[in-house]
Ligand binder design. Structure first.
Ligand code: PDD
Length: 287
């Protein structure tokens, strides 16, 4: 049975209910996090709690729990659910008032919800064939660094990609490739990894952050720089990264092969380092 957490209580997921006046339901007024769990251990929890804190500050919701309380709650949630590899989804909304009003109501308590689902099985790297993506115009708002639950543009963009037979949309803003609808973007050209620099145009991904760390630690050339649309199409490798998809090699872009249409050597090197890291998390040797 899947166990969820809602406002201080652990309960079966199907029994978790919130008011229709919750501002998350009325306005998409809230923020969320997705945290992978490897071997029962929450991956990079301090990083996720920092981003949660930043997202809450960005939308002016007071953090309802201390880091110690978040840690205790999430650890208990993971232990109450089956499987050693899980994906935790957690959210905070501004809460429910007695009526619908765009302005912040005074004195309401934020709603805190979390649930956990099994992670998809670890992919066999030798059988990795890569994914296809299309480029689409970035129709999102100007605070994409905030992990807001207001995801209608991302949902529409992802579905447009799926309808076109792809798995993800790479978003183009003013001639620059920014990120995926639910993932960060990397390219490789002549052995150098590039990802767009952090700004309000994209989410500061925790996976992105780890890839930058792993590249630096292993002396793999890597830089944060804007990626033009032309550079995207000319790349030797294109990757999409997120907590649930790790590092996905894009082998087809707008129906054209990326390089020779196979996952590239730099991706292979990085995914092996990434897997070493997640295995270290499983052993308790990394966080
Ligand atoms: N999404 N950019 C966007 C717009 C995202 O939604 C995500 C993740 C990322 C990658 O961030 P991270 O590496 O911290 O997962 C980048 C999550 C997984 C989701 O919405 O389910």
């Amino acid at each position: 049975m899947t166990i969820a957490y809602l406002n201080g209580v652990f309960l079966p997921l199907e029994n978790a209910q919130v008011s229709v006046l919750d501002r998350g339901f009325l306005f998409g007024d809230g923020i969320y996090e997705v945290i992978p769990v490897y071997g029962g251990r929450l991956f990079r929890l301090p990083h996720h709690l920092r981003r949660l804190h930043d997202s809450l500050a960005g939308v002016r919701i007071t953090n309802p729990l201390s880091d110690a309380q978040w840690t205790a709650m999430l650890t208990e949630l993971v232990s109450r659910n089956e499987g050693s590899d899980q994906a935790v989804y957690m959210k905070v909304t501004r809460g429910a008032d007695k009526k619908r009003d765009h302005a912040f109501p005074a004195g309401i308590t934020p709603t805190v919800f979390a649930m956990s689902a099994p992670m998809p099985p670890v992919r066999d790297l030798d059988k990795e064939t890569g994914v296809s993506a299309i480029t689409l115009a970035d129709i999102r708002w100007k605070m994409c660094n905030v992990k807001a639950i207001t995801l209608l543009p991302n949902v529409l963009l992802r579905q447009q990609a799926i309808d076109a037979g792809s798995v993800e949309a790479i978003l183009i803003n003013d001639g620059y490739a920014i990120e995926g609808a639910a993932s960060n973007l990397f390219i490789v050209k002549d052995g150098v990894i590039t990802t767009p620099p952090l700004s309000s145009a994209l989410l500061p991904g925790i996976t992105r952050d780890l890839i930058l760390e792993l590249a630096a630690r292993n002396a793999i050339p890597c830089r944060e720089a804007d990626i033009t649309e032309a550079e995207l199409y000319d790349a030797d490798e294109v990757w999409l990264t997120s907590s649930t998809r790790e590092i996905s090699p894009v082998v087809t872009l707008n129906e054209q092969p990326v390089d020779d249409g196979n996952p590239g050597p730099v991706w292979k090197q990085m995914i092996l380092l990434y897997r070493d890291y997640t295995n270290a998390v499983r052993r308790g040797a990394a966080d």
